[in-house]
Design a protein around this ligand. Structure first.
Ligand SMILES: [Fe+2]
Length: 397
């Protein structure tokens, strides 16, 4: 009898303890949203971006709708947008995108943003009309802060547009603005002394309270490849890495490189979310068990209409082809070899941007690797492939 009472007591106690809940974050990056009124009906705009990097801002409205629908279905505890919110910092694009995020906030999903190198003081904010274009209004840091005030928590003591969000009792977000836009607009990031002075006490407080902190930056905290780390990374990243580690941070969320890639070094992971504006339109989901280490997973938009998905994939494919077709035309190779080299380059590029990078063995084993190495060893496409094959990718994430 005593045994039964004790068992019932134990069950009652277990039921009284609330189950530990996971915190879920959804992260999207490099939306490069462009207000339709700034380009609609302009063939010049389409011709210009057809010479770009595969971004498809002509589908801005459809991509935004799909992102909102995706978030409404997933219902994360927060949606994070890690910079390059707009195509080239147009005020109109900022206004429309910020207003659209109210849909999520009204549905109980907070949205937190940081700027990227394209968002503030942009010299390239243009409006297209038919066969002409002109400068359109860009935003200053103060205007950015004003437009995005419902998606930021800049504290009095904060620096620039960085802030911290106490998401719940166990998870805080450190949203770090490391973009450089005050005197000149730069692609690289910089961790300033002022930001460090603000971050260190926050890290100490988090540690004292046993809180899990997830940080977010636009530029990479850890180089994802040896290609132009000076442009893609935080210039003095070692200091930031050290300070984040001091607060027990194990995951930083970044964007900027448009490639979906996760890298880990000395216990710190930098998860770069691919560009929402580039096929296959990746986003990340972070699961944080209470008291546990955050886990990052790659996803792609499922709410995008099929015709748009097909069109953006073809757009990316055409941009990739343009980058290597000129090279192939100059080579003294057979049509079969040319075909094999083209197929290989398309496979590599689509995998790399979509976050399903083939492993080194798979890249090396394909006979087309040897063809590229023999006939076009100095081409940019082969150099990109060689970087993957030879780079130090850190620890397995
Ligand atoms: Fe960027």
């Amino acid at each position: 009898m005593k045994h039964l009472v004790l068992t019932l007591l134990a069950i009652a106690m277990l039921l009284a303890v609330p189950a530990l809940a996971d915190t879920t974050l959804m992260v999207a990056s490099d939306l490069h949203y462009l207000a339709p009124s700034l380009f609609e009906g302009s063939d010049l705009f389409l011709r210009n971006i057809s010479q770009g990097d595969g971004k498809a801002p002509q589908y801005s409205a459809e991509l935004l709708r799909a992102l909102l629908d995706e978030a409404l279905e997933i219902r994360p505890d927060a949606l994070l947008l890690t910079g390059d919110l707009t195509f080239n910092g147009e005020k109109q694009s900022h206004l429309e995108l910020a207003a659209a995020m109210d849909t999520l906030r009204d549905a109980g999903i907070p949205v937190w943003v940081i700027p990227g190198n394209h968002d503030i003081n942009s010299p390239r904010a243009f409006a297209y009309h038919g066969e002409t274009y002109e400068k359109t209004e860009a935003v200053t840091p103060a205007e950015f802060s004003e437009i995005w005030q419902r998606c930021m928590l800049p504290a009095e003591a904060s620096v620039g547009l960085s802030y911290h969000v106490p998401l719940n009792d166990s998870v805080w977000l450190a949203m770090l603005d490391v973009s450089v836009y005050e005197e000149a607009v730069e692609a690289y990031g910089f961790y300033s002394e002022e930001l460090q002075e603000w971050l260190l006490p926050l890290m100490a407080e988090a540690k004292e309270n046993g809180v899990t902190v997830v940080s977010a930056t636009h530029q990479s905290l850890i180089p994802h490849s040896s290609y132009r780390p000076g442009s893609y990374c935080i210039y003095n990243r070692e200091y930031l890495q050290e300070d984040l580690r001091s607060g027990g941070v194990t995951l930083n969320l970044s964007g900027h490189i448009h490639v979906m890639h996760v890298i880990r070094q000395n216990g710190l992971t930098d998860a770069a979310t691919g560009s929402m504006c580039v096929s296959p339109h990746c986003f990340g989901l972070v699961t944080i068990p209470e008291g546990g280490e955050p886990r990052y997973e790659r996803h792609t938009l499922t709410h995008l209409p099929e015709d748009v998905r097909t069109a953006t994939a073809a757009w990316f494919d055409a941009n990739t082809r343009r980058q290597f077709l000129d090279v192939l035309e100059t080579l003294d190779v057979t049509p079969e070899e040319k075909e094999a080299m083209g197929r290989y380059a398309l496979w590599y590029q689509a995998s790399y941007f979509g976050g399903t990078v083939p492993d080194r063995e798979a890249l090396l084993a394909d006979p087309a690797y040897a063809l590229w190495e023999t006939y076009a060893p100095n081409s940019s496409i082969f150099n990109a492939i060689r970087r993957i094959v030879t780079q130090d990718t850190g620890e397995a994430p």
